[in-house]
Design a protein around this ligand. Structure first.
Ligand code: G3H
Ligand code: 13P
Ligand code: ZN
Length: 283
């Protein structure tokens, strides 16, 4: 069934586990997420970035996800990932999405508060949950110095003020993860996470979680992370299976025979994340 984001994350916060938020932009990735969730009896969040919206078209991707999520026997939310354009957020609300992220984290704090608060008022009026970000979660390709890295991390006092003034439902924080594939090992600032969770008590979101070692993920969940974003690991599983398949079979030409096994490879990654996040059996 299709549910709101806060419905999933309120329970996760109370019971101490995290719900995986997996990026999609087509039919096969969406099927992989829904099938994995059903097999694991796990809740799931299916999210689409602004790039994903542009690729698939909002009506098409809304129809695909809403249809599969509504039919599913486990609760699933449809979420806009990193909405930086107010108009995209409004389009998602009009197309029946159940969660949106207003990402104004590049703006100064007061402006981020103003923009986010406005979205919260509108979205809550329509029964839709809202995520926002404070601090900057960069890409692994960004060459940042140690000082820059520290400066981009979420300040607990600012996070407290932000949460209180915006009324946001869940908050993405920066504690050392980055989007895309890691070059070395990510180093997470768990003390910062503990401080933020103690002060805010609300569901906390971890972006850039692909490639983070299992022990770190489990620790982050035990310290209060309730939504974990995964995109790169799924993309890499898809691409690796596709390369292998085409290399081993030069005759295959039916897209179903090519994309079917790729879907299975993505499903395995997603199921493994659900185990790691503690969401297995929670639906
Ligand atoms: O946060 C980034 C997500 O992995 C989405 O990436 O903008 O390439 O769709 P994208
Ligand atoms: P990864 O690139 O680590 O999968 O992060 C995805 C993400 O944070 C989407 O918002
Ligand atoms: Zn992200």
């Amino acid at each position: 069934m299709l549910v709101t984001g806060i419905e999933l994350l309120k329970k996760a916060n109370e019971e101490g586990y995290a719900v995986g938020a997996f990026n999609t932009s087509n039919l096969e990735i969406t099927q992989a997420i829904v099938e994995a969730a059903e097999e694991m009896r796990s809740p799931a969040i299916i999210q689409v970035s602004e790039g994903g919206l542009k690729y698939a078209g909002i009506e098409t991707i809304s129809a695909i996800v809403r249809t599969l999520a509504t039919k599913a026997s486990v609760p699933i939310a449809l979420h806009l990932d990193h909405g930086t354009d107010f108009n995209n957020v409004m389009k998602c609300l009009r197309n029946g999405w159940t969660s949106v992220m207003m990402d104004a984290s590049k703006l100064p704090l007061e402006k981020n508060i103003e923009v986010t608060k406005n979205v919260v008022t509108i979205a809550h009026g329509m029964g839709v949950s809202v995520e926002a970000e404070i601090g900057k979660i960069g890409g692994t390709e960004d060459n940042v110095t140690v000082d820059e890295r520290e400066a981009s991390m979420t300040d607990p006092d600012e996070a407290f003020k932000f949460a209180k003034e915006t009324g946001v439902d869940y908050l993405a924080i920066s504690i050392g993860t980055a989007h895309g594939p890691y070059k070395g090992e990510p180093k997470l600032d768990f003390d910062r996470l503990v401080k933020i969770k103690e002060m805010l008590k609300m569901p906390i979101v971890l972006h850039g979680a692909s490639g983070v070692p299992e022990a770190d993920i489990r620790k982050a969940v035990s310290l209060g992370v309730n939504k974990i974003n995964i995109d790169t690991d799924i993309r890499q599983a898809f691409a690796a299976r596709l390369r292998e398949l085409l290399k081993n079979d030069e005759e295959v030409y039916d897209p179903r025979k090519i994309l079917g096994p790729c879907k299975e490879a993505m499903k395995e990654v997603i199921k493994n994340k659900m185990r790691m996040f503690g969401s297995e059996g929670r639906a």
